[in-house]
Design a protein around this ligand. Structure first.
Ligand SMILES: Cc1cc2nc3c(=O)[nH]c(=O)nc-3n(C[C@H](O)[C@H](O)[C@H](O)COP(=O)(O)OP(=O)(O)OC[C@H]3O[C@@H](n4cnc5c(N)ncnc54)[C@H](O)[C@@H]3O)c2cc1C
Length: 544
């Protein structure tokens, strides 16, 4: 909020000193030299869409809208005043404002518009939006990710895809035909099993007027989506369905049971729903539902690999700003050698997550089997490592602000509450690691693609070469299940190092390799005490 007169600082008894001011209007694109440099190195595609989106997101008013959408969480409205069922969620206007901004910028559309580098541009949008308000990313991400799954049915795709990729936001409670734009969600998880979707018990019955679904879904984020991709059992086995939320002339019988009371992600209305004979369209082959919906899961995984880079960036930006404007013991915090070590070490994790996320997105953009094979394995490795680094990094960034980091007037508490989520949904850590093993075991093209990517960095750094050799020797045979995290961490760290080395960002790549792949690696940020902090911190841009 802007004030006509400045607040008083001549308070009785004390003067307000040494409290850094808020960061003012930020430009999340211009103010992020590493993002711009990596996008340029990847061909520069999407920059024209990213620049205005980054500028709009970073403004004080938009950042305040993000806070407001979390402070005023969505409300469930089950009934109208006469007791008729509505099953609607009412959101704060700030949420709608952010949804409109993101969808009009092309968050859900740009990857499917046929331009070069659309997935890279989309991934960068995930990164930008997550810095401001991560909750509203969920419905936009699912809308983006539903598009390739819809390809399993030409007629459904022809109806839905133009509205999903319309670059508009239309939250009206109306059937698809009456809307300019639509969003899609995903409802897979049931009480008895989330990771193990084959335990799904929701039933689908073929009736005279189409398929009807009966059952519950334990987690359904974005219940105001215009439809859900969902799994249900038919006589042929688990099958994928598109369930429209609103029908011509009525509401599909989908009841919202309640909204989840979540740790974070509070702007997003994650719900429990029940289908009571809900009309549904079979998507893809009956009995092959997992194979159909896996296309959507594959694409949401890209976003869950990218979002933690955005959360880390937001937390580091706050810490960097604070430390540049706060003094202790006669020196700015940023000039205190120990604080500089901590921030520099954290910066390497953020830079690695950003570079790897964009590299994976470029593989989604690639044509042919090799990029597809690489994307399959790399998205899982990136999701695993980036999310494992995200929580500790935000905790340290919070600590860099001292007591104020723990206070809701800074963004750190919101970011901290969000930090674990991308590691949980779309495949929790163990499930991702087991997926990595399964994919490598059954798909030679994937093994070759990963090997080729790591080989390409050979010769660029001797510590990398040594660590790569050690990895190959240790994992000559594929790991046992119990070793899956060990393997995944090792492969993901090598892949991050290879990406940074090949990006030409030497002032990040060299210290990343030196601290993550060579010699002892401490579990605690800043504990190695031997980073040349200045050139690393320069990648954060000016401490606005
Ligand atoms: C805020 C939020 C929103 C969500 N929104 C949606 C949504 O919109 N739609 C939707 O369908 N779902 C949604 N989910 C659900 C989410 O995808 C699941 O919670 C997740 O897939 C894990 O499933 P689960 O909770 O049943 O845990 P489980 O499957 O019971 O897993 C519990 C733990 O066991 C581990 N584990 C599982 N199998 C193994 C194994 N073989 N070996 C070792 N460890 C194992 C897992 O990694 C996990 O850590 C949401 C979840 C959250 C928190």
């Amino acid at each position: 909020m802007s004030h006509a007169l400045p607040p008083r600082s001549d308070l009785t008894g004390h003067e307000v000193l040494n409290q850094p001011e808020g960061r003012g209007d930020l430009d999340l694109w211009q103010g992020d030299p590493l993002l711009r440099s990596l996008i340029a190195a990847g061909g520069g595609d999407g920059a024209e869409a990213l620049a205005p989106y980054g500028a709009a997101l970073g403004g004080v008013a938009t950042r305040e809208a993000g806070r407001e959408a979390n402070r005023q969480p969505p409300e469930l409205r089950l009934f109208d005043r006469a007791g008729r069922r509505l099953d609607e969620v009412h959101y704060h206007p700030a949420y709608h404002q952010l949804m409109q901004l993101g969808l009009e910028a092309g968050y859900a559309a740009i990857a499917w518009e046929g331009g070069q580098g659309g997935h890279q541009a989309h991934a960068a949008m995930v990164y930008l939006a997550s810095q401001v308000e991560p909750g509203h990313c969920c419905p936009m991400t699912m809308t983006y990710a539903a598009v390739p799954a819809l390809a399993a049915d030409e007629a459904l795709a022809a109806l839905w895809q133009p509205k999903l990729t319309a670059r508009h936001y239309d939250p009206a409670v109306r059937p698809l035909a009456e809307k300019r734009a639509a969003t899609l969600g995903m409802a897979m998880t049931e009480k008895q099993g989330g990771s193990d979707v084959r335990a799904n018990a929701t039933r689908a019955e073929r009736t005279a007027d189409g398929w009807r679904l009966t059952g519950h879904k334990w987690f359904c984020s974005a219940p105001m989506s215009d439809g859900f991709l969902t799994l249900a059992q038919t006589e042929a086995g688990l099958s994928c369905f598109l369930v429209p939320r609103w029908l011509e002339g009525g509401r599909n019988p989908i009841q919202i049971q309640r909204l989840k009371d979540k740790l974070g992600n509070r702007a997003n209305a994650s719900s429990e729903i029940e289908y009571h004979g809900a009309l549904a369209h079979l998507l893809g082959e009956e009995g092959r539902g997992v194979q159909t919906i896996i296309e959507m899961v594959h694409h949401t995984r890209l976003d869950t690999a990218m979002a933690p880079a955005g959360l880390m960036r937001a937390a580091l930006g706050e810490a960097h700003h604070w430390c540049a404007h706060r003094s202790t013991f006669q020196r700015r915090l940023i000039d205190q050698p120990l604080m500089a070590q901590v921030l520099a070490d954290l910066t390497l994790d953020w830079a690695g997550a950003l570079a790897l996320g964009l590299r994976v997105a470029r593989a989604f953009d690639g044509a042919g089997e090799a990029p597809r094979a690489f994307a399959r394995i790399a998205v899982a490795l990136a999701k695993f490592l980036s999310n494992k680094r995200c929580g500790p990094l935000i905790g340290e960034a919070m600590e860099a602000l001292g007591g104020m980091g723990y206070v809701e007037e800074t963004p750190l508490p919101l970011l901290y509450r969000e930090a674990p989520l991308n590691g949980i949904w779309e495949g929790s850590g163990n499930v991702i690691c087991l997926d990595i093993l399964r994919t490598l075991a059954r798909d030679g093209a994937v093994r070759e693609a990963l090997q080729a990517e790591l080989e390409a960095a050979r010769g660029l750094n001797r510590h990398f070469d040594a660590a790569f050799e050690a990895h190959l020797a240790r994992w000559a045979a594929l790991p046992e299940e119990a070793e899956a995290r060990w393997f995944a961490e090792s492969a993901a760290t090598l892949l991050t190092a290879a990406t940074l080395l090949q990006s030409g960002e030497t002032s990040l790549a060299e210290p990343y390799v030196a601290t993550r792949l060579a010699g002892p690696r401490s579990q605690v940020a800043g504990a190695l005490g031997r980073l040349d902090a200045g050139p690393i911190l320069a990648h954060l841009g000016p401490a606005a």
